[in-house]
Design a protein around this ligand. Structure first.
Ligand SMILES: CC(C)(COP(=O)(O)OP(=O)(O)OC[C@H]1O[C@@H](n2cnc3c(N)ncnc32)[C@H](O)[C@@H]1OP(=O)(O)O)[C@@H](O)C(=O)NCCC(=O)NCCS
Length: 222
């Protein structure tokens, strides 16, 4: 049931859909997509300041040239975004993130947000792992293959970079996202229950899903 189909490519030639790295100019659009799609994750952390916290973090990352965000756009309009993290990316983004956040939402809110987001925190990334830390598509564009295309792009980049696998955490009750990941060949590896999460996110737990990339995947994606 979880068998990965390693030969599948992005859905039918969707010539209108463009995937590209987000630059500093895309920060407001990327932040708006994430705020709409992932409000459930960030609102318990930052309350009314969630949008400002997200916008600031995206702005900082794109301005510093951290190559994590990929946008999907149609007719020049960004409609979906995926954020990919590597071990190296994690190390670089952690140091400055905190002081920027305090400046943006104030110390009490930043401290609370840190505690809340910590409860979602994963193990440190491994060197051969490409981690999907955010994925969102604007509601008006859902079920049109945008997330599938972004995941295919993530897989292509992971293979090119010689990564062994793609990983992500999803809340156990996010049935739509889990159906998407299973269809793309991801397998559930472990589930973590969390009490704080039940209170804050109204979700009983998080599931780690992974997609292993065969060593010869490189030869198929040149
Ligand atoms: C989850 C999400 C990213 C999916 O984006 P999308 O562009 O609509 O997904 P796609 O159109 O590429 O879906 C491909 C397939 O995945 C499955 N799928 C996607 N969304 C689904 C849903 N809500 N319910 C059931 N299956 C779903 C289907 O098999 C779908 O194929 P189909 O439309 O031909 O049936 C989007 O709904 C979203 O942004 N949700 C809010 C944020 C979120 O939950 N992000 C994931 C956090 S880990």
């Amino acid at each position: 049931m979880y068998a990965a189909d390693h030969t599948r490519h992005p859905p039918a030639e969707d010539a209108d859909l463009v995937l590209r790295d987000a630059g500093a100019a895309d920060a407001p659009a990327v932040a708006a997509i994430l705020a709409e799609a992932l409000g459930a994750k960030y609102r318990p952390a930052f309350g009314r300041r969630a949008d400002a916290a997200i916008a600031g973090a995206v702005r900082d990352e794109t301005a510093r040239g951290l190559p994590g965000f990929i946008v999907a756009e149609r007719e020049g309009e960004p409609i979906g975004v995926i954020h990919l993290a590597t071990q190296d990316h994690d190390r670089r983004s952690d140091d400055e993130g905190w002081s920027a956040l305090v400046g943006r939402v104030g110390f009490p809110r930043a401290a609370w947000g840190w505690v809340v987001l910590r409860s979602l925190r994963r193990a440190p990334l491994e060197a051969d792992e490409l981690h999907i830390s955010e994925l969102g598509v604007v509601s008006a564009a859902r079920r049109g293959g945008v997330a599938s295309a972004l995941l295919a792009e993530a897989r292509r980049r992971a293979a090119l970079a010689g990564m062994a696998r793609l990983t992500l955490w999803v809340t156990v009750d996010n049935a739509g996202a889990i159906a998407l990941y299973e269809r793309e060949g991801f397998t559930a590896r472990q589930t973590r229950r969390f009490y704080l999460g039940r209170l804050l996110f109204r979700s009983p737990g998080l599931t780690l899903m992974t997609l292993s990339l065969p060593a010869d995947d490189l030869t198929h994606h040149h």
